[in-house]
Design a protein. Structure first.
Length: 228
């Protein structure tokens, strides 16, 4: 069965090339797509220039997929991958030790996979993640924050095999005067909602990053269940 995915870009990309892209993207080097054409158009206009939502037919048969939004994983698994790939992080508080702990206990080896499905760390969401890692907000609040602003999933092709399973089908234009504004408004909406979430009272049962380290909580731990 074939599905359609979209890649937002300032360019028309008929033949994506395996091995290109930045290593410091959310999930490392790969071809970043979404199943939502409107979201792809926002990404295409991120620099306030017109762009394109390139469309591809993808056949998922025989591809190994890591879906970070499936019940077996938590936001901490996503966060561990983010700390592995994103280069800029806050340097104060417990952030450095927290990053190390997340990598040791929640990082998933992505090398065996062809595709990763998971959150996209737009600027606002990356700041939420940094707040948690530095000990400012609880895991419950981080999990709530990830649902703000209609974030959406991204589908990332990371193996050569995955690139062989897509076929270019065309594009739709993305006008910056429409989609740059939409992107900014979605980000502002998420930040406004996050300020309310952040200022709400914490529960005595809320778990912070320092608790995860002190209590030696690891991936799959039962104590995480009421936090997500």
């Amino acid at each position: 069965m074939n599905d359609i995915i979209y890649h937002g870009s300032e360019n028309i990309i008929k033949q994506p090339v395996f091995g290109k892209g930045s290593l410091s993207n959310d999930y490392g080097r790969g071809f970043y797509c979404t199943e939502r054409i409107e979201l792809a158009k926002e990404w295409a206009c991120k620099n306030n220039t017109d762009g394109y939502a390139n469309a591809y037919s993808i056949n998922y048969d025989n591809l190994k997929i890591l879906n970070l939004n499936s019940p077996e994983y938590s936001v901490l698994n996503w966060l561990a991958i983010l700390t592995e790939n994103r280069t800029y992080w806050q340097k104060h508080s417990i952030a450095e030790e927290a990053k190390k702990y997340l990598k040791e206990h929640f990082l998933i080896d992505t090398k065996p996979y062809d595709i990763i499905i998971g959150y996209r760390a737009d600027d606002s969401y990356f700041s939420f993640a940094q707040d948690f890692v530095s000990g400012t907000i609880s895991l419950r609040k981080l999990t709530e924050a990830m649902s703000l602003g209609k974030l959406g999933e991204q589908v990332v092709l990371i193996s050569k095999k995955a690139f062989e399973h897509i076929t270019y089908t065309g594009y739709e234009k993305a006008e910056a005067n429409i989609y740059y504004s939409k992107k900014n408004e979605r980000d502002k909406s998420a930040r406004r909602a996050y300020r309310n979430t952040r200022s709400s009272n914490d529960s005595i049962n809320d778990i912070f990053m320092i608790d995860i380290m002190r209590l030696n909580i690891i991936s799959g731990d039962e104590r995480l269940k009421n936090q997500v």
